[in-house]
Write a protein that binds this ligand. Structure first.
Ligand code: PEP
Ligand code: MG
Length: 763
């Protein structure tokens, strides 16, 4: 809500836009009912802008704009006139999130005549979207009888007023006036949306729209000089912190990340950006509100741009605007992590893993994203937290309002917005079945993971958050087969130092209480961008400067991490593995750093680990051609099937259009993995697989048929996979798998399914 600022000063020295803004602010801070305040606002705007008409349309559920207040149109039209997004000029402003000024509105192809308004006598029209959190929540329009050419300043002024109004609309008071009385059922109808399953499960709850913006209390500034001074200071502080980032010892040499930071600094120094914010301050906004206004504007203008370079720049600017706001408002101002209802469905364009972690996961019943891909880290984290997620859900933000009831049926990649009673009942049935399944799996906890023909299988968990570790004992898992160390980094706002890392890894090992934990060294780059790292994306980030490549080029970072790992092990066993190893030489170089750090720790008299095992991840196919040499050097090998699939088939794991295009259950993958199993068995090197396929019962079954005896998965998959293991006769499966290697088809999924059915395997 808007808070009343100090007493207004309407001196003659105020510029025209500031005078208008101050008057609007006074009305908004008043105690009248929200609709009365809105009536007063349209009256003030119309008189100030010398327009015969000023109207405010407010977005209602189902992408509809409803006339909420007007000066000049027929009063009966209020709450009667409704326009869909895209309908009429007002709908066009909403759908494009762009201001429009037309000297002859009726000639516009989109003009939609509504007889109840009496607007046929008006010729010119100017309208601006009311934006909140990058989303259109309304439209303000003015109209004149004459063919008037509105100036850029007039558009700017209306945009500034729109920003203040956004708060009134978001406050929700307006809806209490009309709710339940006159809503066209069409506007609140149930909607079914389809997307892509990013993490399975079903959930029902109230929609919470994720706003990555800041909540700004004071929008209207009384003294532009003070606000300008604050802005200049914040700019200076921001430059200082960017310089510090650039001076960081670990980033001292050139490199792509450094280029990114340099570009950042150049954008930050861009005089045009500063000037636009200053201009917004001159219209009467506080420095914070001005930064946000300019950013809203840039985002809205760039929303339709598809050029990847330009989109990146908008992203950079967004990030810089956030930084600038942090400096203006101080830490702790970020809006994420707001209070959630007990059962919440989070709706967002996209989410970083850290942003998801900002919310109380206990209350998240589901997540719906407009973007997102199955192997992105937000999906992996949601998997660890067992939250159903669907991504690639087009237009969901436009169709959902805060508080709408939503059923997320990620199993079938669909969501029901404002579902009818039949859907709710079906959902409740599914929940009952799912909890029965859970009880069934829970009964397996104390049972050994042995096949029906007596082969013991080691089931481990993948982890990255402390909360994952509780599943180790809960499920009596054999250990952590993959600890993604970049995840704690992603959740922090700065790089972790040696001491902080030591504390963290010590906690992990304490919690694991003697069960082995394989720490994978930082795998940053690709989709795993650290907030403070600034992004390492090139043309093909997944194949670019990431994981061990970053670690070897920036040895300081890796050495610090190894130091922390060695110290945290102190007297206990330490297992470390390197991600994305493409050739033996890379493993050698990384292993040499382990030895250096061990020597350093022993030199300073620290308590050494009781044993150190160093392994590699097999994720890049090239490494498979050096297996004999590699296996002579590693203590263990772990297949990262997510990346392996991506590189084997040249299939971007982050591109939703590629999801499902190739099948992990294909003769190609089986044959590849069989070679790996044979080499490891021959060399007696322990082998495991820790990609997402290990967590899917049918795929996990195929792995056992290939000879894998250790697999590592998200904790949520342990139950279903254990049920599969305990119902599987592995000997006939091994024979069966051998018959599949040379088949020419795309997939042998159906064959595995048939095997499972005929042998009573629980999938
Ligand atoms: C993999 O690639 O399969 C893997 C386990 O690592 P990540 O998913 O973290 O890249
Ligand atoms: Mg990987």
């Amino acid at each position: 809500m808007v808070t009343a600022g100090p007493a207004p000063r309407h001196g003659p020295l105020l510029s025209a836009p500031r005078r208008l803004l101050a008057r609007v602010r006074d009305v908004m801070a008043g105690t009248d009912a929200a609709d009365k305040r809105l009536d007063e606002v349209v009256r003030i705007i119309a008189s100030d802008m010398v327009a015969e008409v000023c109207s405010i349309y407010v977005r209602r559920a189902g992408e509809v704009l409803e006339l909420f207040a007007t000066q000049g149109l027929k009063p009966n039209a209020v709450h009667q006139t409704r326009l869909k997004f895209g309908e009429g000029i007002v709908g066009d402003i909403a759908i494009k999130a762009r201001a429009f000024a037309l000297a002859e509105a009726q000639e516009h192809p989109n003009f939609a005549y509504r007889p109840e308004t009496g607007e046929e006598i008006y010729h010119s029209m100017m309208g601006v979207p009311v934006l909140r959190g990058g989303r259109v929540v309304g439209v303000i329009a003015v109209q004149n009888r004459t063919q008037r050419n509105y100036t850029d300043e007039e558009i700017e002024t209306l945009q500034t007023v729109a920003m203040v109004l956004a708060e009134l609309i978001a406050g929700g008071d307006l809806f209490r006036i009309t709710d339940g009385t006159d809503i066209d059922p069409e506007t609140v109808r149930p909607v079914r949306l389809e997307g892509l399953m990013l993490n399975p499960g079903i959930g029902m709850g109230q929609a919470v729209l994720h706003v990555s913006d800041f909540h700004i209390e004071e929008l209207v500034g009384d003294d532009p000089d003070i606000e300008r001074g604050r802005l200049v200071n914040a700019f200076a502080e921001m430059h200082g912190s960017l310089d510090e980032l650039l001076a960081d010892e670990a980033l001292a040499e050139g490199g792509e990340h450094r280029d990114v930071l340099e570009t950042y600094r150049l954008i930050a120094e861009d005089a045009g950006w500063l000037k636009r914010i200053e201009d917004a301050i001159d219209t009467g906004l506080t420095a914070e509100a001005a930064v946000q206004r300019v950013q809203n504007d840039i985002r809205a203008r760039m929303a339709k741009v598809t050029d990847p370079y330009l989109r990146e720049r908008v992203h950079d600017l967004d990030d810089l605007a956030r930084r600038l706001l942090l400096h203006l408002m101080g830490d702790g101002a970020i809006a994420g992590g707001r209070e959630l209802p007990d059962q919440a469905i989070l709706v967002a364009r996209n989410l970083g893993p850290a942003e998801l972690l900002d919310y109380d996961s206990e209350k998240l019943a589901g997540v719906i994203l407009e973007e997102g891909s199955p192997s992105s880290h937000v999906a992996i984290i949601a998997h660890a937290l067992d939250i159903p997620v669907i991504g690639q859900t087009r237009d969901v933000l436009r169709q959902v309002d805060d508080g709408d009831v939503i059923v997320v049926d990620a199993e079938n990649a669909q969501a029901y917005i404002r579902p009818g009673a039949d859907v709710v009942e079906a959902f409740e049935n599914s929940v009952r079945n799912a909890s029965k399944q859970k009880v069934k799996f829970a009964e397996l906890i104390d049972q050994p993971a042995k096949t029906v023909d007596g082969v013991a299988i080691s089931l481990c968990i993948n982890a990255g958050l402390m909360i994952d570790l509780k599943h180790l004992s809960e499920w009596d898992a054999d250990g952590v087969g993959l600890f993604r160390t970049e995840i704690p980094f992603m959740a922090r706002s700065k790089l972790l130092g040696v001491d902080e890392q030591t504390r963290l890894y010590t906690q992990v090992l304490d919690q694991a209480a003697g069960r082995p934990v394989i720490f994978r060294t930082l795998d940053i780059g690709g989709d795993k961008v650290l907030p403070h790292w600034g992004g390492t994306d090139g043309e093909n980030p997944a194949m670019g400067w990431r994981a061990i490549r970053v670690s070897l080029d920036r040895p300081a970072l890796l050495r610090q991490q190894l130091r922390a790992l060695i110290r945290s092990a102190a007297g206990r066993e330490l297992d470390v593995m390197f991600p994305m190893v493409a050739e033996v030489a890379e493993f050698d170089a990384a292993r040499a750093l382990v030895d250096k750090e061990l020597a350093r720790e022993s030199g300073r008299g620290g308590v050494m680990p009781s044993k150190v095992s160093v392994g590699a991840m097999l994720e890049v196919p090239s490494l498979a051609f050096q297996l004999p040499a590699l296996l002579a050097k590693v203590d263990f090998l772990s297949v990262g099937s997510n990346d392996l699939m991506q590189f084997l088939f040249a299939q971007d794991r982050g591109d939703a259009r590629m999801a499902g295009r190739y099948d992990v259950l294909s003769p190609i993958v089986l044959k590849f993995l069989q070679t790996v199993v044979e080499h490891c068995d021959g060399a007696e090197v322990p082998l495991s697989l820790c990609g997402e396929m290990a967590g899917r019962p049918l795929e996990a079954m195929a792995l056992l048929g290939l000879g894998f005896r250790r697999i590592s998965m998200s904790p949520a998959s342990l139950g279903p996979v254990k049920a599969m293991v305990r119902s599987l006769p592995v000997a006939p499966l091994s024979a069966f798998v051998r018959g599949l290697f040379d088949l020419p088809q795309h997939s042998v999924r159906a064959e595995f399914q048939e095997f499972a059915e005929t042998h009573g395997v629980q999938i």
